[in-house]
Write a protein that binds this ligand. Structure first.
Ligand SMILES: Cc1cc2nc3c(=O)[nH]c(=O)nc-3n(C[C@H](O)[C@H](O)[C@H](O)COP(=O)(O)O)c2cc1C
Length: 245
């Protein structure tokens, strides 16, 4: 957990890779093993992973691509974001650069009856390619995403979560012993409006991953409840609530 937390400050999207570096056999074995120990957000949703060479996809980045396929049950996009973000952080700890890659597609769009969702392009990178001063990262100010003054020590960290086109769709209402997490639908982006709910739902899973890691490291005990029903037309869509002891 501590290792993943530390990577929050190191990770960034890596879009250029050194052609002279490559993932070793041992690193690939460790990556494959790590996939088995990912924590799902919703354990009932079936997912499968596949690692393929870049040429098996339309990716222009990385050496390999980690593809995720999922059952399309409620909350599956949140679950995908939550699981793959753990890989993003883990790979940074091994100096393997990652880019979440919505614009690339896999050749195989189904795997054992599960649908392709998204990929992480990855490849070996030099340590200096990673983030050096995370306070310079471009993100919205805390006041925009975090309503109320409770647990702002956590807010100051989770606001660095990555999101599609850096849209940062998360909004949090913080109260004593409770955090309510929402996805705002009021996003202005060059991403086509009909794609926003899909990618921003993955983003919210990424955000929950950051939130769980950060609360745990800060020693907060919490109970997370995922919202099963959410008003589709509202400006703020319920995602989760955290009861903090
Ligand atoms: C779901 C998702 C999809 C993304 N798709 C792309 C993409 O297609 N191309 C790309 O260059 N970056 C993509 N990104 C990376 C984001 O642009 C990046 O995470 C964001 O700008 C924040 O920057 P950082 O990751 O360096 O902190 C994606 C990120 C997420 C979370």
């Amino acid at each position: 957990m501590q290792e993943l937390f530390d990577m929050i400050f190191k990770r960034k999207s890596i879009r250029r890779y050194d052609e002279n570096l490559s993932i070793t056999v041992d690193e690939m074995m460790e990556i494959k093993q790590r996939i088995f120990s990912l924590t799902p957000l919703v354990k009932e949703i079936k997912v499968k992973f596949n690692i393929v060479e870049k040429k098996e996809t339309t990716s222009k980045r990385g050496e390999y691509c980690l593809l995720i396929y999922s059952e399309q049950k409620p909350l599956y996009l949140l679950n995908v974001g939550y699981m793959l973000e753990q890989m993003d952080l883990f790979l940074a700890s091994r100096n393997i650069g990652v880019c979440w890659y919505a614009l690339a597609k896999a050749k195989e769009l189904t795997l054992d009856g599960l649908e392709y969702v998204i990929m992480l392009a990855f490849g070996k990178s030099k340590p200096e390619c990673f983030r050096k001063d995370f306070s310079k990262t471009k993100r919205k100010d805390l006041e925009i995403i975090w309503n109320g003054n409770c647990y702002s020590d956590t807010g100051e960290i989770v606001r660095y979560a990555p999101s599609a086109c850096n849209t940062q769709p998360w909004r949090v209402i913080s109260e004593d012993h409770c955090l309510s997490v929402y996805r705002t639908t009021q996003i202005k982006s060059f991403m086509p409006a009909n794609k926003l709910p899909y990618y921003n739902s993955i983003d919210m899973g990424i955000f929950l991953c950051f939130l769980d890691i950060t609360l745990s490291i800060k020693g907060y005990q919490y109970q997370r409840r995922l919202a099963m029903v959410n008003g589709k037309n509202s400006e703020l869509i319920d995602i989760a609530s955290y009861l903090i002891k």
